[in-house]
Ligand binder design. Sequence first.
Ligand code: NAP
Length: 238
Amino acid sequence: MNPIAVVTGAQRGIGFGISSVLSQRGYTVVLCDVDEAGVRQASEQLPGSHFRVLDVQDFDAVAKVMATVEETVGPIAVLVNNAGINRDRMLHRLTESEWDEVLNVNLKGQFNCVRHVAPLMRQRRFGRIINISSASWQGNIGQANYAASKAGVIGLTKTAARELAPFNVTVNAICPGFIDSPMTRRLPPEAFERMMAKIPMGRIGTPEDVGRVVAFLASEDGAYVTGEVINVGGGMVL
Ligand code: NAP
């Protein structure tokens, strides 16, 4: 049986790129996303994959979806917490709901998934958890909510790594730099160009650039790597 990988926020962008790479490398991928039509369509493009409608903010829904994946697809070997949103605004204008929305999806969403999957991995003495953070975790103008959520992801990752290491479960974070996705294509052209100018390698990253690092961490080659924060940004953060 192929190992099973659950990827959240998988219908497009980086989540879909990660799902494609894992699928090519022999994983049975379960694509999870809030948008049913989108995630169904995405899954149709990856032979042998499954999909689930899932809002990662909903603690009980996450419990239910992870339980049905275990029952109907099989034991989850790899969890990729990728679902994320941004609501960028300068701090003096940022609203309470923009703060809550971003923290709920980006940070609580990852906690919800780890909370329900880690006990199963712990019991089986095997698992790989990969949390998608961001280069912005170190602070970025107009992204107080997003940066706080992504810094929180690093705290969650390092704590989970310490707790789960004795059970052969690794937990790592990836910080994408500037990656070609619907999220970055929404930026105004001047902001897009400003970001491009910060990349020493001179090209925007692809979702598959991130997917290949996920695949390494999920594989036997990454077995002794845990609690790490890996930049995938063409040198954007050095
Ligand atoms: P994206 O194109 O906006 O894709 C994000 C996906 O997450 C969408 O399919 C979205 O679905 C889904 N999603 C949103 N809220 C969700 C929820 N509550 N539950 C489940 N799924 C949800 O963004 P991306 O650029 O691929 O980003 C993927 C991850 O990488 C995010 O965590 C982001 O913060 C991080 N990241 C991206 C970059 C970059 O340069 N692109 C850089 C650093 C970090 P809907 O469209 O249906 O809402």
